[in-house]
Write a protein that binds this ligand. Structure first.
Ligand code: PEP
Ligand code: MG
Length: 560
């Protein structure tokens, strides 16, 4: 029997999950609605005239709703919403749906068929028109939901703050979170390095993941979510509600000067960035640079590959905002839990172990070379060097091939991410093939523990304090020291202030975190000298497990 069939309704019940982004919020729960499904076997409605009029009314309501939302949105989002509203009023869509109704198709299914026909035509036309297919599908889902009387798909927009709950959130689900009504995230699945966790930290949204009982809370119930403790209290008493406090949005952290240890060793504290808006906010908020620009996040909803000019122009805007500060652009990390519609990779039994990241270049070499040329052109246009790195590098030979391609495309420093245990074990050879390396502890943790990072039940194995993971980071630190290669850490491990101290002790020379985490990491490093960092690293590696590692380091460092 499904958990949702046993709703949690007892006032004050506390559910536990894994807290992955701190902050306490009290708000009603809202569920991410799945797109409605229609079938040719659905019951047929009234006469064709009446059903066509229902379709027209639903399309008009969808357009009016989108236009209303555009009025309250920021200029970029407003543009998209207005364009989508125009799609709902396009007579071609209505005419196609009417045709199906007159042929005897059930009303909502007629809309589904019409949407698919319009999308097929748009995709065949290619370019910008193909991009509109996503908007037409969105209009179709909303129209069908109205016809069926179900909740509109996607993020809830009730006009007041809500805690969003879902089984898990895909990168595409989270694309519209910034500036929405959502003030916290609660998922049934997902671990500390899942994309829900990453996005929550980037946006400064309190979040609890891996809480299967979330499915049992009825939508509309007020919950007190504590993203630090990993708890969710159902219908909290008034005294508890007072614990909720405001959320600090991304990019508003006060500049605290460059990162350094107590004895003055510079540790650049860079930002992990997934949208142009985040990049501009981080630049304005005093970030020391970008340590990880997740370019796949810039193009999640694209059905056709972004053009070289488009990629170049976007990067030019980001580079200009950062002036001379370091910017590390990661080439598309598509595949596995980050599918990109314009990079078809085929069905795989184990996508995390399959064709993803740099490996996609074998099937789609032009996508990588176009991106590298776009990066090279942007660097040349702004008149500065740019760092470019590849995800999912397994061998030094792959790193060397990537370096050759990247250097041929413009003035770039080349890096390799270390996310595969083989790359960490042979870090010295990798360091010799590139100008810098960056440890992706999220994937390195999933691969060294053989634990899928999207599976909440494996949260303990995915704990970034796992000594086995730290051993691999230590190998990379040593290789970096011996070869004079800078070693960054851009996985979520760098955002934990005490673990940041450990990572410096293991040999990391820069850290990259979601912008809201920067101040706490900055403060922790400023309190401890390099020698203490090394002692913290030794203690963590000597511990039998993550909990003991955390406790031993906490005893050494005190309240960081
Ligand atoms: C990582 O794996 O640690 C990383 C930074 O990359 P992503 O989380 O985008 O896979
Ligand atoms: Mg990764």
């Amino acid at each position: 029997m499904r958990a949702a069939e046993h709703p949690v309704h007892r006032t004050g019940t506390v559910l536990t999950g894994r807290g992955v982004s701190p902050g306490t919020v009290c708000a009603p729960l809202a569920r991410l609605a799945a797109p409605p499904v229609t079938s040719p076997a659905d019951p047929v409605g009234a006469d064709a005239g009446t059903e066509c009029a229902r379709i027209d009314a639903a399309l008009e309501e969808v357009a009016a709703d989108l236009t209303r939302r555009a009025a309250g949105a920021d200029p970029a989002a407003a543009g998209v919403l207005e364009a989508t509203a125009a799609m709902a009023l396009d007579p071609t869509l209505a005419a196609a749906a009417h045709g199906h109704v007159r042929a005897g198709t059930p009303t909502a299914h007629a809309v589904t068929l019409a949407v698919e026909e319009v999308c097929t035509r748009l995709v065949a036309l290619g370019g910008c028109l193909a991009e509109r297919a996503t908007d037409v599908r969105d209009v179709g889902h909303r129209t069908v939901a109205r016809l069926l009387g179900t909740a509109p798909p996607g993020l809830p927009a009730p006009g007041h703050p809500v805690v969003l709950t879902a089984p898990d959130l895909s990168p595409a689900d989270t694309a519209a979170l910034a500036g929405s009504d959502v003030v916290a995230l609660l998922t049934e699945q997902g671990g500390p390095t899942s994309h829900t966790a990453i996005i929550a930290r980037a946006l400064g949204l309190p979040a609890v993941v891996g809480c299967p009982d979330a499915a049992r809370i009825a939508p509309g119930t007020t919950v007190l979510l504590d993203g630090g403790a990993g708890t969710v209290q159902v219908d909290p008493p008034p005294a508890e509600r007072a614990r909720a406090r405001g959320v600090q949005p991304a990019g508003t952290a006060q500049p605290t000067g460059p990162g350094r240890t107590a004895d003055g060793t510079a540790v650049p504290l860079l930002s992990n960035i997934g949208t142009e808006q985040q990049a501009l906010a981080a630049a304005a908020g005093g970030s020391e640079g970008i340590g990880l620009l997740r370019t796949e996040f810039l193009f999640l909803d694209r059905t056709t590959a972004p053009t070289r000019a488009e990629q170049r122009d976007q990067l030019v805007r980001i580079l200009r905002a950062f002036g001379s500060r370091r910017v590390v652009v990661r080439t598309l990390d598509a595949g596995s839990d980050k599918p990109l519609p314009f990079l078809p990779l085929g069905e795989e039994a184990n996508p995390a172990l399959g064709v993803r990241g740099l490996r996609t270049a074998a099937a789609h070499p032009q996508v990588l070379t176009e991106q590298l040329h776009a990066i090279g052109e942007a660097a040349a246009q702004v008149g500065r060097e740019v760092d470019v790195m590849a995800p999912m590098v397994a061998t030094a030979a792959e790193a060397a091939r990537f370096a050759g391609l990247a250097r041929g495309a413009g003035p770039v420093r080349v890096g390799a991410m270390i996310e595969v245990p083989a790359a960490a074990l042979r870090a010295r050879e990798l360091c010799e093939a590139v100008d810098f390396v960056s440890v992706g502890t999220n994937d390195l943790g999933q691969y060294v523990m053989a634990a899928d990072r999207t599976v909440g039940a494996l949260g303990e194995l995915l704990d970034p304090w796992q000594p086995a993971l730290l051993d691999l980071v230590a190998l990379v630190g040593e290789a970096g020291r011996d070869t004079g290669t800078p070693v960054g850490v851009c996985g979520e491990a760098a955002a934990d202030p005490q673990l940041a101290v450990v990572l410096i002790g293991l040999g990391a020379t820069s850290l990259s975190t979601a912008p809201p985490a920067r101040d706490a990491v900055h403060a922790a490093l400023a309190r401890h000298d390099r020698d203490t960092c090394r002692r913290a690293a030794d203690l963590a590696r000597a511990a039998p497990g993550p909990a003991q590692a955390r406790a031993a380091v906490a005893t050494l460092l005190g309240g960081t």
